[in-house]
Each structure stands twice: as structure tokens, then as C-alpha cells.
Design a protein around this ligand. Structure first.
Ligand code: HEM
Length: 394
């Protein structure tokens, strides 16, 4: 990090240009200096960066920290969603959405997730070198979201095409067109489900959920459907990718999971801890002075709350850089913390469990097809994930 980082109050250090390739080193240096400190991001933006476990949790749940950006983060028609809301608006929506997300309903999706996974794996051939993200991890969650939203089979190709455009950042025109297409489609879809008799599927339950007579409006349902797609997609893709990379780099740990696949569900926490797919939690700012340990962040400051950094805090997790699939990694913040804690966590766990179990089963000699040092991480403050993960399907 260079000397500038150890002169608090005098110089605001700039994170190194290769921060995204090497975030853990940077986090270790920042964490050693204090729970939070001012830095400039690689693009020059001045922020307060929070790295220690206790203070990350405090910042994620402090009433004096706001997420309300007034719909500035995405297409207007789809902007009204709970990630960027504060109580009481957030509380109302969150309660209505949590209702249909029961453990029972998620578990009922297991059979379909198994089928989707089997179909994707059947398309891969022994011995081939593929980008595992594109060939396997990427198509899985979008298919699961289609199931979740009850998108009719006939519309799925179109829906997947829009998702790809929106999520893989096509040109601005493509993104605008795909977002508008998806919004129009979702409006019609919601209207149909609203007009139909309620059934036991997730989306029907969401559409018809009430809380003391309060219902989600059509606009809110469209935004919610879009949010489920965005929030549940790249996060799942990259958790699978990061976990497979970690296993291929740690053959002793891979051997443990191959010999005892029943450990896979519990090991999900360790993968979320070691290299979860969200580095810095979504946009937050202080509305009043915020005390984080010995540091006070003034009001009106942007906060970068790093889940990745908290999950490697040596005060909380022993030998944090080491993958240990048998450790108890509970308490990690890979799904966030507090009122915005990931609503899709049970579904994400299920998808991860099925994906990893079946992938390891299907390809007993899976190996990396590139030198680990040549792999390139995405330059995103939010998503921690690789551009590509070349593997040989042994
Ligand atoms: C491995 C996969 C996933 C990871 C690592 C993950 C992580 C997270 C994190 C860290 C947050 C909190 C963000 C913040 O406070 O800034 C969050 C929120 C959320 N996640 Fe997930 N997520 C995953 C999968 C999913 C899935 C599959 C869904 C739904 C289909 C989903 C839906 C949501 C929603 C709706 C929120 C917003 C909750 C709120 O603001 O109250 N996530 N997720």
C-alpha cells in the first residue's frame, strides 16, 4: 500500500491500480491500520473503506447509514426495489417478500434444480477445455430464476436473452432495449398471475402475499422480479466459480469433498467466507456521524463495507487465507448482515450444493486449464469473480 497509508489525516491514499487482482493484500494492510479509513478508489472516488469484521457488521446495520439512492441505480421502471430502500419502506416490502420465501418452498425446487444441472452437465464432454463460468455456472441461475418466477417455457429463451444482455453489460443501447423488453414482459406476466387463482408456486405466493391486507402493487412486483434476477444471478455464478478455483488450487481439500460429498452443504459457508462473490456491499452513505471502533466517519460520506475483508479478519477467523472445508465458518458476512441480509440465501445454498456435488461427481478428474497467476478478476467493487475459468473436464 506504500507509505502514504500510515499517515492518517494527512494523505488520502489511493488504492493500487491492481486492487481488483489482489484485494486481499490491500484489505490486510487497511485492516491492520484501523477498522475504517478514507481512501481513493482506483477511479479516484473518495470513500471510507471498512475492513474489520466487527465494524463491518456494525456499519451494515447502523440506523445512521442509508441506502436510499432514490432510484438512481437502474432503469426507472425497475428501480423501486428493496436493496436501495431504508425503513419503513424497506420493512414493508421485505415482510411481503419474505412470506413466500419459505424453506419448504425453496426445498421443493430441489428436484428442478437437479434436472437443470443434469441438463447442463450433459452438454459438456469429457476431455474438453471449457470456460466453466460460461458453460455451466452462468446458465444455471437464470434457469432457476425462470422457475422461481414461473416464466412459461415458451418465453424462456427470450427471457434468458434479455438477462444476458442486461447482466453481461451489452452496449448501453442493448441494455436499454433488453431492460425495456423485460419490464414490458414482466408487466404482462404479473398481470396474468394476478388474474389467476393462487397456487402453491413461489411467484403466485408472492403476487398474492398480503400483510394485514397490504398487497404488493404491480409495479413493485415487476421490480421485485427484476431484483431477484439481478441479485440471484452473478452472485451464484461467481460463488460456484470461486469455489471451484479454490478447490482446484487446494487438491487436499478437493479430495476431502470427493471422498465425503455429504460435507458439501456445510462447506458452503467456508466458500462464502474465503472468497464470497460479493466484495463490497451495495452503496451506502452516512446520514449522521458513525462511530466504528476508534474511528468516527462524518455524516454524508460514502461507505465501502467490504464483506471480503471482514471474512478474512484474523481476529475472527483463524488462518483466514486458508481453505478448510471442515472448519465451522458460520458467522461470515458473505450474505450480508442486518436488515438487508440476503433474502435468497436458502435458494443460493441449494443451488450451490447441487451444482458442486454434481460437477465433482460428473468430472472426477476436473483440473485447471490455465496457470492460476494468469486468471483475471473482474474490475468490480461489488462482484468478486473471474472473467473466465478455463478447466479441463477430465
Ligand atoms: C451465492 C449467492 C448469493 C450471494 C453471495 C448473495 C449475497 C447477498 C448480499 C451480501 C446481500 C446484501 C447486500 C447489502 O446489504 O448491500 C444480498 C441481498 C439480497 N439478495 Fe442475495 N446473494 C446470493 C444469492 C441470491 C439469490 C439466489 C437471490 C434470489 C433469488 C438473492 C436475493 C437477494 C435480495 C432480494 C437481496 C436484498 C435484500 C434486502 O435489501 O433486504 N440473493 N445478497
Amino acid at each position: 500500500m506504500g507509505e502514504a497509508t500510515v499517515i492518517p489525516g494527512r494523505t488520502i491514499p489511493q488504492l493500487p491500480g491492481d486492487y481488483f487482482q489482489n484485494p486481499h493484500e490491500v484489505h490486510d494492510a487497511l485492516r491492520a491500520e484501523g477498522p475504517a479509513r478514507e481512501v481513493r478508489m482506483p477511479g479516484g472516488l473518495k470513500v471510507w473503506f471498512v475492513t474489520r469484521y466487527d465494524e463491518v457488521k456494525a456499519a451494515l446495520n447502523a440506523p445512521g447509514v442509508s441506502k436510499n439512492v432514490g432510484g438512481r441505480v437502474t432503469h426507472d421502471a425497475l428501480a423501486e426495489h428493496i436493496v436501495y430502500m431504508d425503513p419503513p419502506h424497506h420493512t414493508r416490502l421485505r415482510r411481503l417478500v419474505t412470506k413466500p420465501f419459505t424453506a419448504r418452498r425453496v426445498e421443493k425446487m430441489r428436484a428442478r434444480i437437479e434436472e437443470i444441472t443434469a441438463e447442463l452437465l450433459a452438454e459438456l464432454a469429457d476431455g474438453d477445455v471449457v470456460d466453466l463460468l460460461e458453460a455451466f455456472a452462468f446458465p444455471l441461475p437464470v434457469n432457476v430464476i425462470c422457475e422461481l418466477l414461473g416464466i412459461p417455457i415458451d418465453n424462456r429463451d427470450e427471457f434468458r436473452e434479455w438477462s444476458n444482455q442486461v447482466l453481461t453489460f451489452g452496449t448501453p443501447e442493448q441494455v436499454r432495449a433488453a431492460t425495456a423488453g423485460m419490464a414490458a414482459f414482466l408487466h404482462q406476466h404479473v398481470a396474468k398471475v394476478q388474474a389467476a387463482e393462487p397456487d402453491d408456486t413461489f411467484f403466485s405466493a408472492l403476487v398474492h402475499a398480503t400483510d394485514s391486507g397490504d398487497l404488493l402493487s404491480r409495479e413493485e412486483l415487476v421490480s421485485m422480479a427484476f431484483l431477484l434476477l439481478v441479485a440471484g444471478h452473478e452472485t451464484t455464478v461467481n460463488l460456484i466459480g470461486n469455489a471451484v478455483l479454490a478447490l482446484l488450487r487446494n487438491p487436499d481439500q478437493l479430495r476431502i469433498l470427493r471422498e465425503r460429498p455429504e460435507l458439501i452443504p456445510a462447506s458452503t459457508d467456508e466458500f462464502l467466507r474465503l472468497e464470497g462473490s460479493i466484495n463490497i456491499a451495495s452503496f451506502r452513505y452516512t446520514t449522521e456521524p458513525l462511530e466504528l471502533g476508534e474511528v468516527t466517519v462524518p455524516a454524508g460520506e460514502l461507505l465501502m463495507v467490504s464483506l471480503l475483508a471482514a471474512n478474512r479478519d484474523p481476529e475472527r477467523f483463524e488462518d483466514p487465507g486458508r481453505l478448510d472445508v471442515t472448519r465451522s465458518a458460520q458467522g461470515h458476512v458473505g450474505f450480508g448482515h442486518g436488515i438487508h441480509y440476503c433474502l435468497g440465501a436458502p435458494l443460493a445454498r441449494l443451488e450451490f450444493d447441487v451444482a458442486l456435488t454434481r460437477l465433482l461427481e460428473r468430472f472426477p478428474n476436473l483440473e485447471l486449464a490455465a496457470e492460476p497467476e494468469t486468471l483475471v478478476w473482474r474490475e468490480s467493487t461489488l462482484i468478486r469473480g473471474l472473467h473466465t475459468l478455463p478447466v479441463r473436464l477430465g
